[in-house]
Ligand binder design. Structure first.
Ligand code: NAP
Length: 250
């Protein structure tokens, strides 16, 4: 399989690259930190995979379009849109710049890369697009307005793309994880409910991908809590949000 992974220099992207690093696979790994990316690539090659690296900032949309065009010159079996950033706020108005950066990285960059790739997948009548969203896309805390908004926009995009590409045999999957150990969560200074090791998180994600789940949110108990809270009358929801202890941003 030829598998493209963005944000492959650390955390979930790195772990996914290593998970798919088997002799049958050719990986294309994308991120900004060259040394980190090359180290991941080296470890994937040791496991027998063919690896190509692309050192690029996904916020450089023209570069992403051109990377997408190059990638689309050969068949693509799976593309995992994982690159992402978060920012927490302990109070006050979210700075516009945070919205700009989070929407660029977590949302807009995705279509810059996919725009030239989608026609290739339609031509192939096969392929998988996997979005790494977040449980935060389902419920917005006052401390993560920009992050949740960017991930919710990603969900809407993924949903539309699923409906558009389903008849062409292209599978679109949206994975919504809770808290998983990574550089991103190591910065958090608040209690993270149902916190999961990277290994366990990747095992769940890889299983959902292999089962071709269109939407997969986990851990289940955390997802259920969010769904239940979302269904409560607004005054009760407000009370829960304001008493919960993950109000403090990182
Ligand atoms: N960990 C969690 O609990 C959790 C939960 C839900 C969803 N997620 C999502 O999972 C994804 C991976 O996050 P993670 O937890 O693994 O965090 P991480 O360890 O910080 O990894 C983020 C990855 O994204 C890349 N990246 C960030 N900005 C980029 C840019 N402008 N251009 C290119 N690459 C960029 C980083 O590479 P460079 O810095 O080298 O560019 C890095 O490889 C994110 O989309 C995140 O929102 C994580």
């Amino acid at each position: 399989m030829r598998i493209v992974i963005t944000g492959a220099s650390s955390g979930l992207g790195e772990a996914l690259a290593l998970h798919y690093a088997v002799p049958e696979n050719r990986l294309v790994l994308i991120a900004r930190r060259e040394e980190r990316l090359e180290d991941v690539a080296r470890r994937c090659r040791v496991r027998g995979a063919g690896v190509e690296t692309v050192v690029a900032d996904v916020n450089d949309f023209e570069r992403m379009r051109s990377v997408g065009k190059t990638l689309a010159q050969q068949p693509i079996d799976r593309i995992i849109l994982n690159a992402g950033v978060s920012v927490g706020h302990s109070g006050g108005v979210t700075p516009f710049e945070d919205f700009e950066r989070l929407f660029a990285t977590n949302f807009l960059s995705v279509h810059a890369l996919l725009e030239p790739i989608i026609p290739k997948l339609i031509e192939q009548q096969s392929g998988e697009i996997v979005f790494i969203s977040s449980l935060a896309s389902l419920f917005t805390m006052p401390t993560s307005i920009a992050y949740s908004s960017s991930k919710r926009a990603l969900n809407a995009y993924a949903e539309g793309l699923h409906h558009q590409l389903c008849p062409d045999g292209v599978r679109v999957m949206t994975i919504m994880p809770g808290f998983i150990d990574s550089e991103m969560t190591q910065k958090n200074r608040f209690k993270m409910p149902f916190f999961m090791s990277t290994e366990k998180g990747i095992e769940r994600i890889a299983r959902a991908i292999s089962k071709k789940k269109v939407r997969y949110a986990f851990p289940f108990r955390f997802y259920l809590m969010i769904r239940i809270v979302s269904m409560l009358p607004q005054p009760l929801r407000d009370k829960i949000v304001h008493f919960t202890n993950f109000k403090k941003g990182s």
